[in-house]
Design a protein around this ligand. Structure first.
Ligand code: DX5
Ligand code: ZN
Length: 221
């Protein structure tokens, strides 16, 4: 049985103090560091790219969980591997030949993840789930931090959990968007084992304590 993990998203960090914030995560109970890459095409926002990912890697002592919200991610897989990605997650909606993309990610030596937008049913992964290390369920529309959690997500987690139990019992089921200390336990209860939290962690006066609180909620299930 896998331990649950918490992956704070540096999208909500203070970019002028990125080293400080990454070091805070190093010293925290966080497990992975979630890195949100947005291209302004797949999503209506631009975050940051390869040089910033590399800069995060330089200071990070925890695995980088890279979430590519970009069109044609195939063109950048190797570059993100070189920029420090341990896990590489592409969007189902942004890829035509998903099996090829997932195989390439694994060839590069990364764990392979696929993200689903809120409107995309989990059943679309039925024939590839055995090849995946991780499925990321978006619990907000991708593009921005600080949005409201979509309640339908709980149902989706349950369905994915059923699918995973049959075909890929050790799948990471990661939830991204609007995660906080109020919904963390319920998400784990439904079957999630990895949670991303951006603004809830970084807008806190005491992020170390906030991370610890979410971890406690996750462990209470
Ligand atoms: C949204 C990103 C998320 C974001 C989550 O498109 O994929 O990872 O950082 O931020 P919060 O936790 O603030 O919803
Ligand atoms: Zn993300």
């Amino acid at each position: 049985m896998k331990n649950n993990v918490l992956a704070p998203s540096v999208l909500a960090a203070d970019f002028a103090n990125l080293q400080r914030d990454v070091e805070m995560l190093n010293n925290s109970e966080a497990d992975w560091i979630h890195v949100d890459i947005m291209d302004g095409i797949f999503v209506p926002n631009i975050s940051f790219g390869l040089p910033v990912c590399k800069a995060i890697q330089k200071h990070a002592k925890k695995p980088l969980d890279v979430h590519l919200m970009i069109q044609q991610p195939d063109n950048y897989l190797e570059a993100f591997k070189d920029a420090g990605a341990d896990r590489l997650t592409v969007h189902y909606e942004a890829v035509t030949h998903l099996h090829r993309t997932v195989s390439r990610i694994k060839e590069l030596g990364c764990r392979a993840g696929v993200a689903l937008n809120p409107h995309t049913p989990v059943q679309v992964l039925e024939d590839i789930i055995q090849d995946l290390d991780l499925v990321l369920i978006m619990s907000v529309n991708p593009g921005f931090g600080g949005q409201k959690f979509i309640e339908q997500t709980y149902q989706k987690i349950k369905k994915l959990k059923v699918l995973a139990t049959e075909t890929k019992p050790d799948l990471w089921i990661e939830i991204d968007g609007g995660v906080n200390d109020q919904n963390a336990a319920k998400l784990v209860e439904q079957g999630a084992n990895a949670l991303v939290a951006g603004s809830f962690v970084f807008s806190s006066e005491q992020p170390l304590q906030t991370i610890s609180d979410i971890r406690k909620q996750m462990a209470s299930v």
